[in-house]
Design a protein around this ligand. Structure first.
Ligand code: 5AD
Ligand code: SF4
Length: 441
């Protein structure tokens, strides 16, 4: 018997990349590969890259440089670059880095096994097309392999919004939604394999409009159909745009039992002047009214957001408006970034805010968010929430899981197993997690 070849994948960036890496590993399973977590054992190394952060391409080059020694020791080692940097700079990577055998963009992952065969014969391969066929039809799950209690499931990809700072519309392409039946089939398969919580993924997930029985399906309709799958206990989705929060989706937060009370709804800035320049197509006031309606549907929902500070032309007054919006919302979770230029996006050409100013604003914003997060977390003490346990904790007998609101919760000596979902009374709040006590069911 031939020993299987080994594949090492390093994943950067968002949850969609994590999902894509799993699909690529499975597709390569069909080509005789098993995964390894040791690059030095690998016959193929794949970097699944992210373009959202600053100097993304430079980081990829320096990471690739580190594999030089491995390739010299093992000339048969193949090195590939996938993800959004591959999409944006594929040809440049091929030109600049001869170590790279293969470059594959996010819409072409189903072609990876054929590309691998080509590079095995000594060639190089580049595929950054946006093909018409559905890559997910080919990137099937490994049949019936058991898996952990939580999973991501991509339902939508790409973005038509063209926010002035963002590369996603260029790297992931136009918005595409998967047909509802395919999503439901994949969800049922995941549940059969032990999954109890599914997070639906999309760059603009709430703009989902897949074909389905009886016409176009909205995200809300998809969620209601998932809610009927026996054994699927929890549904989440990310990331949403304020302008696509439709009435049926807001209502689902109040009515759909398995849809969790957590919503990641980035606003980026609280200044209308900056929002306009960002091409966000909503105002701060519109966002606040939307949050009110969502909270009216589901009062305990935890709101999470993304913020950019130091966007071109942002003044102290604009920044203050962002702090005011944050004060008004009360975030339970947030991600914040200094604006950094992405070549090819409109904002990259504009006059930039001084880096020291950006750093100082980021610090103030993060201090405020940290206080809010902590307040929201502390307010959980005394409440009873559902917790899905994902792994043993650091202490003997301890288990760690996620609450309905996505807080990390640990419980002591409870005799629980990974995958158990229990009612837990929150008894304490620490810097990064809650402590709970399992209630007898
Ligand atoms: N500079 C800083 N932050 C950015 N993001 C996207 N593009 C940029 C950029 N050029 C942030 C946004 C987005 C999150 C995923 O990354 O806040 O919501
Ligand atoms: Fe990027 Fe999100 Fe704006 Fe689309 S909606 S361009 S993914 S920030």
């Amino acid at each position: 018997m031939v020993a299987p070849k080994k594949l090492f994948i390093k994943t950067y960036g968002c949850q969609m990349n994590v999902y894509d890496s799993e699909r690529m590993a499975e597709a390569m399973g069909g080509a005789g590969y098993v995964e390894t977590d040791r690059p030095e054992d690998a016959d193929m190394i794949l970097l699944n890259t992210c373009h959202i952060r600053e100097k993304a391409a430079e980081k990829v080059y320096s990471e690739l440089g580190r594999f030089r020694g491995l390739k010299e020791a093992k000339p048969d080692l193949k090195i590939g670059v996938a993800g959004c940097v591959a999409q944006a700079e594929g040809e440049e990577i091929m030109r600049r880095q001869p170590l790279v055998d293969l470059v594959v963009g996010p819409q072409s992952y189903h072609r990876l096994p054929q590309m691998e065969a080509r590079v095995r014969e000594g060639g190089r391969a580049l595929d950054t097309d946006f093909p018409l066929e559905d890559k997910f039809d080919t990137l099937r799950h490994r049949p019936k392999a058991r898996r952990g209690p939580t999973a991501f499931l991509t339902v939508q990809e790409g973005c038509d919004k063209f926010c002035a700072f963002c590369v996603v519309p260029y790297t992931r392409g136009a918005e595409v939604s998967r047909p509802a039946a395919r999503v439901l089939e994949e969800a049922r398969d995941l549940v059969e394999r032990g999954v109890r919580e599914i997070t639906l993924l999309g760059q603009n997930v709430n703009a989902y409009h897949g074909t389905g029985e009886g016409g176009d399906w909205s995200l809300a309709r998809l969620i209601w159909a998932l809610n009927d799958i026996d054994g699927l206990e929890r549904i989440r989705f990310t990331t949403s745009h304020p302008n696509d929060m439709s009435d049926d989706l807001i209502a689902a937060h109040g009515e759909c039992a398995r849809l969790m009370p957590y919503l990641h709804l980035p606003v980026q800035s609280g200044s209308d002047r900056i929002l306009k320049r960002m091409n966000r197509k909503h105002t701060a006031e519109g966002y606040l009214r939307l949050i009110e309606r969502i909270r009216a549907a589901r009062p305990d929902i935890l709101i999470s957001g993304d913020f950019i500070v130091g966007f071109p032309e942002e003044t102290e007054a604009d920044f203050q408006a962002t702090l005011d919006l944050i004060e008004a919302v009360g975030y339970g979770q947030a991600f914040s970034f200094k604006y950094s230029t992405r070549p090819g996006t409109p904002a990259a050409e504009r006059p930039q805010v001084d880096d020291a100013v950006k750093s100082e604003r980021l610090q103030r914003l993060q201090d405020l968010i940290t206080r809010q997060q902590r307040a929201v977390q502390d307010a959980m003490v005394g409440r009873t929430v559902g917790v899905l346990f994902e792994k043993p904790g650091r202490l003997p007998g301890q288990m760690v899981g996620k609450s309905d609101h996505l807080h990390a919760v640990h419980v002591a000596g409870s005799g629980l197993n990974v995958g158990d979902l229990a009612r837990v009374e929150i008894v304490d709040s620490g810097p990064n997690s809650l402590a709970g006590r399992v209630l007898a069911s």
